[in-house]
Design a protein around this ligand. Sequence first.
Ligand SMILES: NC(=O)C1=CN([C@@H]2O[C@H](COP(=O)(O)OP(=O)(O)OC[C@H]3O[C@@H](n4cnc5c(N)ncnc54)[C@H](O)[C@@H]3O)[C@@H](O)[C@H]2O)C=CC1
Ligand SMILES: O=C([O-])CC(=O)C(=O)O
Length: 358
Amino acid sequence: MQQQGEGDASQRIARISAHLNPHKPQMEGSCNLETENCRAKGGAPGFKVAILGAAGGIGQPLSLLMKMNPLVSVLHLYDVANTPGVTSDISHMDTSAVVRGFLGPQQLENALTGMDLIIIPAGVPRKPGMTRDDLFNINAGIVKTLCEGIAKSCPKAIVNIISNPVNSTVPIAAEVFKKSGTYDPRRLLGVTMLDVVRANTFVAEVLGLDPREVDVPVVGGHAGVTILPLLSQMKPPCSFTSEETTYLTSRIQNGGTEVVEAKAGAGSATLSMAYAAVKFADACLRGLRGDADVIKCAFVPSVVTELPFFASKVRLGRNGIEEIYPLGLLNEFERVGLEMAKKELAGSIEKGISFAMK
Ligand SMILES: NC(=O)C1=CN([C@@H]2O[C@H](COP(=O)(O)OP(=O)(O)OC[C@H]3O[C@@H](n4cnc5c(N)ncnc54)[C@H](O)[C@@H]3O)[C@@H](O)[C@H]2O)C=CC1
Ligand SMILES: O=C([O-])CC(=O)C(=O)O
């Protein structure tokens, strides 16, 4: 006869050893922490977040940082390669978010179902000598497919697009959602937060300030001259010589290229991007929670200019984007920059829309 408690104990050990088996991390199809009798629990109620491209250069540190975010209760890690290892590794962190991994297109639907926020860093990065637009041929198709999945499995989720060229991938996402009848422009955001992070850092360096006290709005888009820092509107208000303005604007616009060249063929910004992506995702989650005055710059469906998409300050709330702020007063340098940015942006947006309409 079985001793009382023996069955319980052996089941418990079986469950634990399933977790310890390095070839069977908490992947889809193995122990499901919510529906089965596993003892591990997310500590607090919170939001469900999926990262698509979670095993990549951005995806891994982004997954790590999202696992540390107390607003996240469930974290789904999806990729077409290497998700089991990343999931196993991250799932050992003693923070409350429950982590599950999903590998390959046949698991995309389960990765997406029930999610509140989807973050997409899937796609190839630049090598020296390339522009972001050179990534279009590969990344456009990746973003299109992933957004088709979102339209089918979690059409109400907030979507943060990191994959480049952001100036084209966000219009692609919008077209996919329109085609499927699920489009809500308040829920689609291109992540330009790294431009703001860089602007704050470089401006603080020049002024001898703590970067945490600096806030520079960056508008337009996310490539070359479309990245338009509005130094005249920074907080705290400061003035610059024309040399300083030219230096800072150029350094912010070329920050991505600076990293691509320093990495010399090993990719583009991953660590600072993961930091920026988490800052932005956290703002989206605080908005969803109902926090007041959550304001960030992002590349969004917009009527701020004549273009259908534009990066500017947006207020985030329970429905995603609650308000898009106008550009405000620009100085002459910024007005010239705005015209250059709009010209290039128009072509990139059109390229994305035509691709998705095919
Ligand atoms: N918005 C921004 O400010 C920034 C954007 N980026 C962009 O982010 C993207 C990713 O960069 P990294 O992480 O450095 O590249 P990476 O090559 O290190 O990682 C990309 C990941 O995407 C995965 N992937 C490829 N096809 C996929 C698919 N169909 N579904 C799911 N996952 C897929 C790969 O397996 C890989 O793990 C690039 O397009 C890069 O240009 C990079 C830095 C800043
Ligand atoms: O420059 C790149 O290719 C990656 C990127 O978007 C950035 O670092 O801003």
